[in-house]
Design a protein around this ligand. Structure first.
Ligand code: GDP
Length: 534
């Protein structure tokens, strides 16, 4: 059954009130500031400034390491739950650095929607576009927040045009800015005919909201200077004529994005955006799985691991698997089946991430993100169910774009290197390949910075200095096909073959030409740059 206003299925109230989303943006557009205001209005923090440290920490590499060292911060920021009005928001953090695109991709498999933050002066920037493309692969609904309207910004129509053209998505204004830069006084709420006025004196105060009866209401003139009012009327009229109206289905399909204008630092426009997520949704969606999809309102609990974080507590080598619940009502202590190993797991100390704190999750519902401490059984892509052999699909692993040899600085400790690298491979932080011939490992990552982060973590967490050196290979492809054909191929190409951390066969080369040739000469074999995590 569909709800008539939202076009979404009618779900049990606890599930229907959940909103699980991520914020995507180019660095500096204001993601951290907006997150902070969400937490403030969600009652999860008392004062602005508490998550500030994280935003600043990201700026330089050494600070990034510091942040990584301080696992507490980065972990509680990985998923944050808080209530807003009648809604439960689960905000999942996407890693900020462009080097971590694979991690970001997987994070986005765990959410139902994304908020795209853009800087009103800069418009759509490179990282925004990349992240947007990832959202598009999954047709995620997108809400847009155009930030920093308190500064000189571009013309409103120009910003909207740029999004429409650059990202090929329809844009509908949910609010319309009045004045720019120093003249910016607030927004006209296009959906509710309200005037929202910004308070420049107090950054943490919510805007004053004045109910008016459309653009001809004489009350408008009491609050908006005459020259801005004329411009507002003209622009809104044009916008209503030229731009599409809000339409729930188009939004849910990911073909139409509503845009709000505001200033995160001044807390302006933030509540309207939160209202938008609450009212437009989407509520928890169906999860793709094999052999069948999983609907959120199924009574049986199921979920999947989209992220693993190790060594959160340096004293214990524990790790936390982040699980997005796909269906049902979870209670602490429940026994779930770990589908890959077919083994039962008692989930006795699941964690919920309530912004500033971690706390035991007594219960959770479809849409929620819980953390499950474990000793390495849970891997990215794993599915948990109440027994049915379902496997969540669509969580890929990408072939690394950079390969390097990794050697222990101290040969006596080479064995520990094996363990350390396996751990990072399971976290999804790197691909680790063991060549058939020769010693050592080849490590693959998507961005150069990751080698440095890895070296520093291996030294810090395992007391093991390591060296990364150029490899003779530059590309890796997973090999699949009929067993005998694969075996034959492997035995005649040993110098190019390695096994990844799951034992799967990988062909490595420095020439694209090699890959093309193999595909031509061995039509039965498949060389692929992605593999489904399972
Ligand atoms: P992030 O890199 O996307 O997380 O961006 P931050 O939230 O760290 O913001 C980047 C910079 O922009 C910081 O110096 C913020 O204080 C500033 N900033 C954020 N929101 C606004 C805003 O609405 N107006 C202005 N003028 N500056 C802002």
């Amino acid at each position: 059954m569909l709800d008539r206003t939202s076009n979404q299925p009618v779900l049990p109230p606890e599930i229907a009130r959940r909103r699980t989303f991520a914020i995507i943006s180019h660095p500096d557009a204001g993601k951290t500031t907006l997150t902070e205001k969400f937490l403030l209005f969600g009652g999860a923090i008392q004062m602005a400034g508490q998550v500030r440290a994280k935003g600043e920490a990201r700026r330089t590499r050494s600070d990034f390491m510091q942040m990584e060292k301080d696992r507490g911060i980065s972990v509680s920021a990985s998923a944050m739950s808080f209530d807003y009005r009648d809604f439960r928001f689960n905000l999942v953090d996407t890693p900020g650095h462009s080097d971590f695109s694979e991690d970001t991709y997987r994070t986005l498999t765990a959410v139902d929607a994304a908020i795209m933050v853009i800087d009103g002066a800069k418009g759509v920037e490179s990282q925004t576009r990349k992240l947007f493309e990832v959202c598009r692969l999954r047709d995620l609904p997108i809400l847009t927040f155009c930030n920093k309207m308190d500064r000189e910004s571009r013309d409103t129509f120009e910003i909207i045009d740029e999004i429409q053209e650059n990202l090929a998505i329809d844009v509908t204004p949910a609010s319309w800015p009045i004045g720019v830069g120093r003249d910016f006084v607030g927004c006209y709420d296009m959906l509710r005919d309200r005037l929202e006025l910004m308070d420049r004196a107090d950054r943490n105060r919510v805007a004053e909201s004045i109910k008016i009866e459309g653009l001809d209401d004489p009350k408008l003139a009491e609050h908006v200077p005459a020259h801005l009012l004329d411009q507002l009327k003209e622009e809104v009229e044009m916008a209503r004529e030229l731009l599409p109206p809000f339409e729930a289905q188009a939004f849910l399909d990911g073909t139409l994005t509503p845009i709000w204008f505001g200033s995160a630092i001044n807390s302006f426009g933030v509540k309207e955006l939160m209202d938008g997520i609450g009212e437009f949704g989407p509520q928890p969606q169906v999860t793709s799985a094999e052999p069948r999809q999983i609907a959120p309102d199924e009574t049986k609990v199921s979920g999947f691991v989209f992220k693993v974080q190790a060594n959160m507590d340096p004293k214990h080598r524990d790790r936390v698997a982040f699980v997005r619940l796909s269906s049902g009502h979870f209670n602490r202590g429940m026994k779930l089946t770990h589908v890959r190993s077919k083994k039962p797991m008692a989930i006795s100390s699941p964690v919920l991430f309530l912004a500033s704190d971690r706390e035991l999750a007594e219960e959770a519902w479809a849409g929620d993100i819980i953390g499950i401490p474990n000793h390495g059984q849970l891997r990215i892509g794993d599915t948990l169910t109440e027994g049915e052999a379902l496997r969540v699909t669509g969580i890929p692993s990408f072939a690394p774009e950079l390969l390097q040899n990794c050697r222990a600085g101290d040969p006596m400790k080479a064995k520990h290197l094996d363990k350390a690298l396996m751990q990072f491979a399971e976290e999804g932080a790197a691909k680790v390949f063991k060549p058939m011939l020769g010693s050592g490992f080849i490590v693959g990552v998507v961005g150069q910075l990751q080698f440095e982060v890895l070296a520093s973590r291996i030294e810090m967490e395992y007391g093991l200095p390591v060296r990364f050196e150029p490899s003779q290979f530059t590309s890796a492809r997973w090999v699949s096909g009929p067993k005998d054909k694969v075996e034959k191929f492997v035995s005649s190409n040993k110098g190019h073959i390695a096994h990844d951390n799951d034992g799967d066969i990988v062909y490595m080369t420095r020439l694209q030409w090699d890959i093309d040739r193999i595909e031509r000469d061995h039509p039965d074999l498949k060389l692929t740059a992605t593999k489904e995590m399972m």
